[in-house]
Design a protein around this ligand. Structure first.
Ligand SMILES: Cc1cc2nc3c(=O)[nH]c(=O)nc-3n(C[C@H](O)[C@H](O)[C@H](O)COP(=O)(O)OP(=O)(O)OC[C@H]3O[C@@H](n4cnc5c(N)ncnc54)[C@H](O)[C@@H]3O)c2cc1C
Length: 464
């Protein structure tokens, strides 16, 4: 039973702020609640906190930060909001987008200055739809390193973390005030914990094939590349409580996961001049539209695969990324001194690949327009030696979820806030609208980190 309405049940222990899920959202919410003076308990189903956050590249977009200003980059919350809304064709709630964009810069600076998390600005390429560099990452540029930094900060801040504790049930009273939760231990035993405020930071439903089939059939047969523990609990509990859910059809896909190795190949290769071809050696899409929506055209190709093709310059760019280095060391990256040699290395028809290169050359020289609408004139032309990697499309995480307001408070279907229930990250409805193409790179961690802070702060007001 996901939610039990029981006003009489006694809870021991009782904590002021309870947070379900120890990914980026949960840990940032915990830091914010501690800063606001509340005692916090984070419960996490896994033995070691990781979530999709640890699988991610750890790139967090934020506007008008000192990291940007130090590099001479002019950005503003308004500009960021406009980039987000342009990508999703205005489908997201403009007020929430504005609130999150406004809070994004201060949140990164607070994590850096108050909690000692070192950030660098990611430069050298722009993801589709971002008008300026605004991705912030820890120096290692991995989600695992981001998680490690957040955990260190939580330990220093005195956040209590209970691992191997899967929350199964929420308890609420008739006024829909959450009173506590029941959690299950790996040995089958269960415990109950009461709370003054609850933050749902247990992400979306990407790890639940039935829910993906129900809400996003177009990606149901693809590889799920996110955290298996994200089973849609927030949506199930919220729905049972009468919360509004929105945009359950939205998700972050990706069109460049090395197969069969299962390693993310950075989209920077494509943004800086690389192309994608199918088993005929032919291009099939505008690779600059966005990596999220590119999952679908890749999956539509013969064998549901494509090859990302590039050159030595871009190979060197790729080597700046940990996952690319890993793919390289496992032999996923093929190399050829000529187009023909690359075709042999990748098992592609040389004539088809040669014809594609010739087409791209004509577009780069402005002698022809790309039939998919990509502009090839702004980046250096591909030059030998060439590289290629076989990739497939995947589901990274779901973007729909519980509707929240600017304080990250969960709303019911009439738009009224629940008394003590908050959500952020994959548990909340994101900023991408209802479609795969609405996802602007970074919308995932933006919502996790920024809404996480807002949720933790709001929850602390009820639990001090
Ligand atoms: C390969 C990959 C690369 C990505 N790269 C980026 C990127 O560079 N930038 C970006 O913005 N986004 C990126 N994303 C998306 C990003 O990872 C997610 O949007 C973000 O991590 C979500 O954070 P979260 O805290 O909401 O969820 P998570 O990090 O998934 O944490 C949720 C936690 O809740 C726990 N949990 C779930 N249910 C329960 C329960 N019932 N009881 C207790 N615990 C529970 C889970 O075990 C998990 O630890 C990427 C995703 C993938 C898969």
């Amino acid at each position: 039973m996901p939610v039990v309405f029981d006003a009489g049940r006694r809870f021991d222990p009782h904590v002021p702020v309870l947070i379900i899920g120890a990914g980026a959202c949960g840990l940032v919410a915990a830091l914010a609640a501690r800063d606001a003076g509340a005692e916090v308990l984070v419960v996490e189903r896994d033995a070691t906190p990781a979530g999709s956050t640890a699988l991610s590249s750890g790139f967090i977009p934020a506007a008008h930060t000192r990291f940007q200003r130090e590099r001479g980059i002019a950005d503003s919350p308004e500009r960021f909001a406009s980039d987000i809304q342009r990508k999703n064709h205005g489908e997201a709630d403009a007020r929430l987008v504005e609130a999150v964009c406004r809070a994004s810069g201060p949140t990164i600076e607070w994590l850096a200055d108050r909690h000692g998390i070192e950030f660098v600005l990611v430069e050298g390429f722009l993801y589709p739809g971002h008008s300026v560099p605004r991705m912030h990452a820890v120096p290692e540029k991995t989600g695992a390193a981001l998680m490690a930094a957040l955990q260190r900060a939580c330990t220093a801040a005195g956040v209590d973390l209970l691992t191997s504790a899967r929350v199964t049930t929420l308890y609420a009273d008739a006024a829909r005030r959450v009173r506590g939760v029941e959690l299950e231990r790996p040995d089958g035993s269960s415990e109950a914990v009461g709370c003054d405020a609850l933050v749902l930071a247990c992400s979306g439903f990407g790890g639940n094939p039935d829910m993906v089939r129900q809400h996003i059939p177009e990606i149901a047969s693809a590889l799920y590349f996110g955290h298996a523990g994200n089973q849609g609990d927030a949506v199930r509990w919220g729905t049972a409580l009468g919360a509004a859910v929105k945009d359950l059809t939205a998700y972050q896909g990706h069109g460049s996961v090395a197969t069969p190795h299962g390693i993310l190949i950075t989209w920077a290769l494509l943004m800086e001049g690389g192309i994608q071809v199918n088993a005929d050696g032919a291009r099939f899409s505008n690779e600059h539209a966005g990596y999220s929506e590119q999952c679908l055209p890749v999956l539509e190709q013969p064998g549901s695969v494509a090859w990302t093709v590039y050159d030595e310059r871009l190979h060197r760019l790729g080597l700046e990324f940990e996952d690319y280095r890993q793919a390289h060391s496992l032999g996923a990256i093929k190399r050829g001194e000529t187009i023909e040699a690359l075709a042999v290395a990748c098992g592609l028809p040389a004539a088809g690949l040669r014809a594609t290169f010739a087409d791209v050359e004509r577009c780069a020289a402005a002698e022809a327009r790309d039939r998919f609408g990509r502009d090839f004139t702004t980046k250096p032309r591909l030059a030998p030696p060439y590289y290629g990697v076989k990739v497939t499309g995947a589901l990274f995480h779901t973007q729909g979820g519980l509707l929240v307001d600017e304080r990250a408070c969960v709303l019911d279907s009439r738009g009224l806030p629940f008394p003590n229930l908050f959500a952020g990250g994959g548990a909340a409805c994101g900023l991408s609208g209802a479609h795969v193409w609405g996802y602007l790179s970074g919308n995932g961690l933006l919502s996790a980190v920024t809404l996480g802070r807002l949720a933790g702060r709001s929850a602390a007001m009820l639990g001090r």
